[in-house]
Design a protein around this ligand. Sequence first.
Ligand SMILES: *[C@@H]1O[C@H](CO)[C@@H](O)[C@H](O)[C@H]1NC(C)=O
Ligand SMILES: *[C@@H]1O[C@H](CO)[C@@H](O)[C@H](O)[C@H]1NC(C)=O
Ligand SMILES: *[C@@H]1O[C@H](CO)[C@@H](O)[C@H](O)[C@H]1NC(C)=O
Ligand SMILES: *[C@@H]1O[C@H](CO)[C@@H](O)[C@H](O)[C@H]1NC(C)=O
Length: 458
Amino acid sequence: MKSASLASLVALSLSTTACAALYTELVYKVKESIYAPRGWTRQDRAPPTAMIELRIALPQPNFDLLEIQLYEISDPLHHRYGQHLTQDEVYDLVTPHDESLSAVNEWLAIHGLLEQDLTRSPAKDWVKVDVPVSLAEEMLDTKYYVWVDSEGDSIVRTTAYSLPEHLHEHIELVQPTTLFSTLRGMKTNFHLGQGDPAPAPAKGSTISVPSAHNGQVDTSCNSSVTLSCLKQLYNAVGYTPSKELKNQIAVTGYLEYFANLQDLQLFYADQRPDAVNSSFEFVSINGGLNNQTLYDAGNEADLDTQFAFGMSYPIPATFYSTGGRPPFIPDASTLTNTNEPYLDGIPDVAAQAENYRFFFQGRASIIGGTSAASPTFAGIVALLNDVRMKHGRPSLGFLNPLIYTLGAFGAHSGFNDITIGNNPGCGTKGFNATKGWDPVTGYGTPNFGELKELVLEI
Ligand SMILES: *[C@@H]1O[C@H](CO)[C@@H](O)[C@H](O)[C@H]1NC(C)=O
Ligand SMILES: *[C@@H]1O[C@H](CO)[C@@H](O)[C@H](O)[C@H]1NC(C)=O
Ligand SMILES: *[C@@H]1O[C@H](CO)[C@@H](O)[C@H](O)[C@H]1NC(C)=O
Ligand SMILES: *[C@@H]1O[C@H](CO)[C@@H](O)[C@H](O)[C@H]1NC(C)=O
């Protein structure tokens, strides 16, 4: 091993004096140093034998170029619109220089970490390795502590770490070190109704909604939102997507939630009879579960799959279940935290988010939240990709530039502008919905009938 890496060093350049440092003493220099963030209290030193998963980011040489290309390809007014890069083209832009790869390998090898201990991202721009805290402290010339936040969640972090001086240009960052963030997941994205919902609503009278299909929506939709209501509201009645194209729709489930197939069938029987007996592909990421026990189903996962896949049936569907654990108390025998932080944002677009009728643990229930609006919008996007592909066009890809270009048109932009209402909270009246984009509803709700014409004009 040593001789191989020596050879690669020699091959680099005889004039690179920085490399000489490897064989003398490693000169450490602080890479990052922060103030302890508010709300976190330092406790004891982290147990030296506890394991942490170090993630090392190497510089992506042409990241700027990648970003420029992403925006060109996503800009409906650009001549490169829709000319998506292949995976290999992306890797070519972000794969680190050989010089960086070998400098980092050399440093890892000094600490006894060899290729078989490492996991690399496909473009080799991230290296992941499980190490005991004691070794991480040695590698980063730091001390790890247990930190606890006001909710009692604890994590192992440091407020400063160093790297050998010659590695500063070859490593962007190492985590977990200085990144403090709350570990709470998607706890408030949905709210489940109390008690039994109204029985499956019968069709009858309608309410006038000018932007809806034929300007009408069933009155029952005011208290019980079904797939049929959403198709009326968003002007997507009667559109039939194909399952033969390369189009796909996928839902990700976090915190080991999984979607129950029995609930899906009950939902389809209730709202999408033509989809009964159809299913989705299940993919487990990092140990994500698929426990089909009815009473272990996740309401989030059930809601997402029922509405996203129900809206877009028969487009082939996939559910990704991601493994992960709730906040943990590290001890000498177990220490691996894989929870990722979630952040709030302001919306680009909107959709119904109240009174969704779905099936959970074998029964019809009412649910609402961003978690209801999101799969609905995703289903509409899958239908738009179907429109594009039926005409031999590539899929829409990164949507935001398209949304903001269309939204700026104003009337007939493909969105139903929401101009009434606000979002009170935290003792304020919140923002007002206004004409055009606003921080409550973005550009508004989708009008599929308009969007399906617009996505063929770009
Ligand atoms: C819809 O429901 C709300 C609240 O239950 C009610 O105030 C409103 O009058 C209903 N609208 C229509 C058109 O039925
Ligand atoms: C669904 O599958 C069941 C069991 O195989 C079958 O009895 C039923 O007719 C199927 N329903 C539809 C709508 O295909
Ligand atoms: C999964 O299924 C088994 C057997 O039905 C059950 O004992 C277990 O509690 C379930 N839940 C999880 C999260 O594994
Ligand atoms: C929202 O509209 C109300 C009524 O017009 C107004 O008093 C209030 O200042 C507006 N709020 C914001 C944040 O603009």
